[in-house]
Design a protein around this ligand. Structure first.
Ligand SMILES: Cc1cc2nc3c(=O)[nH]c(=O)nc-3n(C[C@H](O)[C@H](O)[C@H](O)COP(=O)(O)OP(=O)(O)OC[C@H]3O[C@@H](n4cnc5c(N)ncnc54)[C@H](O)[C@@H]3O)c2cc1C
Length: 428
């Protein structure tokens, strides 16, 4: 019997396992290795961290994201040094915000100043001079830039997860490769039986407590005990990867990551998107990556089958490709890519827009940490720390009350385009 089983060795689970084992809890973290081929993978093998880049930034849309992102970013270099695994590219982050959001921007900048996060507010003409390859998108009323030169850029999610798992194991945690197929409470002993389908067959781990951090597919993959399902919507996350020619690489590699924030409710004409400068992919080529915000081209995935098909095929829809191509042409008119690739992942959205970090049972022995809302990577270290401290029964040391993060049960028939999905979407 162990103290804690962490279900899901992804961004939240790996960080939580590190903090649990550092606190002295006998911890087993269970999750499958990355599948070699998406077309033959099982649902539990898909993950949002099987990729090469995620935007990292401290400027937050609100107190929660600003705090988890700032706290986590401040620890990146320490995690790199302790694990010996580099994952953070400090190329800066540029947020291009519609001038119509000036009041909101003022509030964000005041909060950033209070938190000592340095952000430069730059008018569009000065942006064009500093970043000649980049064109501010034509939003109504104009655009201004919020530039973080330090403590921002992009992180490598595969490497960050590997670093966290190595640190967890170095503190005594055990990593077991496999997919959890069932979590059951033994009514007689009150202990949890965690059933796993592993590489060498099935096995079972008994634990006093379970932390489920199995990502977007939490309702579908057997990671929650029967009778539990969370109010969480899963959406396609279509990306296009533009291969950058060698002779253009130097110019584009040093661009900051870019997020555009358009408040106009114009459906697929909305100009919100994100862009990550060229990163070297496992095929040895350099790709610049673009993704949408939550325009209608982003489709909800309602069933396990739809979700698996989306992942396995790795094909974006025609509308998604058109939208992303148009945004790329607007933002980088001179890109002229060598080739274009498609990439398909998923994001989960909670109605609170925050992760669920809290217990599902009255005794506090079954806890979840899930709901990255499309931007959980950069703050994952702090989210994992908060989850671990709840599991351990430690005092809650965060500026927002813990009840805010209480998991909500699934709602049978939710409007798939709920109000929280309308522009300006928040910074993604
Ligand atoms: C294309 C894309 C772009 C993104 N861009 C950004 C960005 O720029 N910045 C940012 O901060 N965030 C970004 N995100 C979001 C970020 O990647 C996620 O919020 C983050 O990965 C969530 O962490 P998680 O631990 O909840 O889920 P994951 O990282 O998906 O980890 C969950 C883990 O659980 C495992 N698992 C699932 N079921 C089981 C089971 N039954 N048993 C055992 N293990 C199981 C999975 O295999 C996986 O390893 C992006 C996401 C996507 C898809």
């Amino acid at each position: 019997m162990v103290d804690v089983v962490v279900v899901g060795a992804g961004m939240f689970g790996a960080a939580a396992a590190k903090y649990l084992s550092r606190a002295g809890a006998d911890t087993v973290v269970i999750g499958p290795a990355e599948p070699a081929r998406p077309d033959v993978a099982a649902l539990g093998e898909f993950a949002a961290h099987h990729d090469e880049s995620r935007i990292a930034r401290c400027l937050g849309w609100d107190l929660f994201w600003g705090t988890v992102d700032t706290r986590s970013t401040a620890r990146y270099r320490g995690i790199e040094a302790e694990s010996g695994i580099g994952f953070f590219t400090e190329c800066g982050s540029l947020t291009l915000v519609s001038a119509a959001l000036r009041d909101r921007t003022d509030a964000m900048l005041r909060a950033a100043e209070d938190d000592a996060v340095p952000v430069e507010r730059i008018p569009a003409d000065a942006l064009r001079r500093e970043f000649p390859d980049l064109a501010p998108p034509p939003m109504r009323g104009g655009v201004e830039g919020l530039l973080e030169r330090k403590s921002a850029g992009h992180l490598h999610p595969r490497r960050l997860v590997r670093a966290q798992l190595e640190l967890a194991v170095a503190s005594g945690a055990r990593l077991r490769r496999g997919t959890v197929t069932a979590v059951r409470e033994d009514e007689r002993t009150g202990r949890w039986q965690v059933h796993v389908h592993g590489e060498q067959g099935t096995f079972r781990v008994e634990a006093a407590k379970v932390l489920v951090a199995s990502g977007s597919l939490i309702n579908h993959s057997g990671a929650l005990p029967a009778g539990h399902a969370l109010d969480l919507q899963v959406f396609t996350e279509p990306n296009l990867l533009f291969e950058v020619a060698e002779d253009r690489l130097d110019r584009l590699r040093h661009l900051p990551t870019v997020v555009t924030v358009d408040p106009e409710d114009t459906g697929n004409d909305n100009l919100s998107a994100y862009l990550i400068p060229p990163v070297r992919y496992p095929d040895g080529r350099w790709y610049l990556r673009i993704g949408p915000a939550m325009q209608p081209v982003v489709r909800e995935l309602r069933t396990a089958r739809e979700t698996r098909d989306w992942y396995a095929r790795q094909r974006v829809t025609r509308e998604q490709a058109d939208f992303l191509t148009r945004m790329t042409r607007l933002l980088l008119p001179g890109l002229d890519p060598v080739s274009v690739r498609e990439s398909c992942c998923v994001v989960d959205k909670t109605p609170t827009r925050y992760p669920y970090i809290g217990p599902l049972d009255a005794r506090g022995n079954l806890t979840v940490a899930v709901g990255g809302n499309g931007h959980g990577a950069r703050g994952s270290d702090e989210i994992g720390r908060l989850a671990a401290s709840l599991v351990l029964g430690e005092p809650w040391d965060f500026p927002i009350p813990r009840e805010t993060f209480a998991p909500r049960a699934e709602v049978p028939a939710r409007d798939s385009r709920a109000a929280y999905l309308r522009p300006p979407f928040g910074l993604c």
